[in-house]
Write a protein that binds this ligand. Sequence first.
Ligand SMILES: Cc1cc2nc3c(=O)[nH]c(=O)nc-3n(C[C@H](O)[C@H](O)[C@H](O)COP(=O)(O)OP(=O)(O)OC[C@H]3O[C@@H](n4cnc5c(N)ncnc54)[C@H](O)[C@@H]3O)c2cc1C
Length: 460
Amino acid sequence: MITGAEYRTSLADGRATFFEGERVEDLPGHRVLGGAVNTVAACYDLFYDPKPGALSPLMTIPRSADDLKARIPLLHQADLLAHTTQQSIMTLITAAGRMPDLPHYGERIKAYVEELQSRDARVAECITDAKGDRSLSPGKQPDADAYTHVVERRADGVVIRGAKLHISGASLAHELMVIPTKAMKEGEDDYAIACAIPVNAPGVRIVDVSYAPRHDDNRAFPITSQKHCPEGFVIFDDVFVPEERIFLNGEVRYAAVFAHSLGLWERLGGLAFMAAEADELVGFGQLIAEANGLDRAPHIREKISDMIIHTTLIRASLEAAVHNCKMGPNGEAFPDELFTNAGKYHGAANYSHMVRHLHDIAGASTVTAPAIADLENNEVGALVRKYMSGAEGVDGEYRMRLFHAIRDLTADAYGGWKQLANLQSGGGLYAQRIVTRKHYDLEEAKKRALEFAGMADGDD
Ligand SMILES: Cc1cc2nc3c(=O)[nH]c(=O)nc-3n(C[C@H](O)[C@H](O)[C@H](O)COP(=O)(O)OP(=O)(O)OC[C@H]3O[C@@H](n4cnc5c(N)ncnc54)[C@H](O)[C@@H]3O)c2cc1C
């Protein structure tokens, strides 16, 4: 395994990363992206085990419901890139098991996963293509590059071209797992490409976007200043991929297998995140209600009860997904598709409603509380503290810090990102609805309804 310091050094590998119009020469030392590097490095140190041959617990393959369950608290401690790494490993392993007639890909995937484990490497998930005109399939796009595709086949590999957008942590990773974003039709063979590409491979360029605060005083951003990870606009400008790193190459019938496999693991990670996050929303709601002296008001209690029911159902679906796990052909444990997707959908679809409750409970100071620095001003500091105090015994600064945390979490930099991330990450609400429906036993439900109505076969 590698330490945080070794990780920081590993980023000086010639990668072509850009931020706000400039090429980034020193990622760890960068004024904005450097903070995200620190977060990844801290996670390396957290899980570091110096024993030779030790494996990060996040990079192992779960073999039972207990293994999956034991992973959840680790996910809560892991940074976003550690999440995408374990999701990438599980995506590849899952996909390998779903292509039994193409064992050579399974063998390459196994060898690649072992390589990742031994290097303790970090992987970003490159799925979402630029997509051009959404109403047209990849093969019908006016610009053939709208979806990532093979532009040249050589004896020892392929050359790919295209772009993958919104890729979390891409420029902080070592490897890019590239998979098709959806099913491909006959004739779209060049788009049915899955492979692994080093971040510093010639032809890879990554344009970063980040909501990290640019402020000198981060006390107004207690959450965003700690939790930010750039999203990468990843461009593959004729990138060569050697044969041993290709996991699908033209077999259109399996193009969707990778995205479906990823969806499962991505949504399990999302569900675990949401379960913790929903508890935090309840906690902030109750804390600010107490600070405002309103925790006994009936309508506030009702909203907090709604939030408690929401968080409990998310946690229940997370536990059901793990408890009802299925076993893969090589003894790997997979979370249950129905509970994972239904839970993720429920959490994502209702997130903004829960945030609305929190904003309703908290009041306008959520977005208008003066800065903590204003408390330090000789002229207005004492007055700000006095008028920002709430219920008896609640100090103005304490209440202001709660407001800043709520704004940052739900109504500002991290909050804005979170609204979108909850809805779209893992493929969007529509995708989660489709998968939920696919795994629900609709025939059994119809049978029950007929029985209940006395209309089943054999009933009068
Ligand atoms: C914060 C964040 C992080 C992300 N991280 C990653 C990542 O690490 N890796 C990665 O690969 N992706 C990532 N994503 C991308 C995410 O998976 C996509 O946003 C999601 O799949 C939707 O794709 P899109 O954004 O291109 O939206 P679109 O595909 O344009 O969808 C927008 C809307 O149009 C609808 N739509 C699209 N096509 C059609 C059609 N043909 N017919 C009818 N309706 C249609 C969709 O259902 C949706 O309602 C991330 C997204 C966010 C917000």
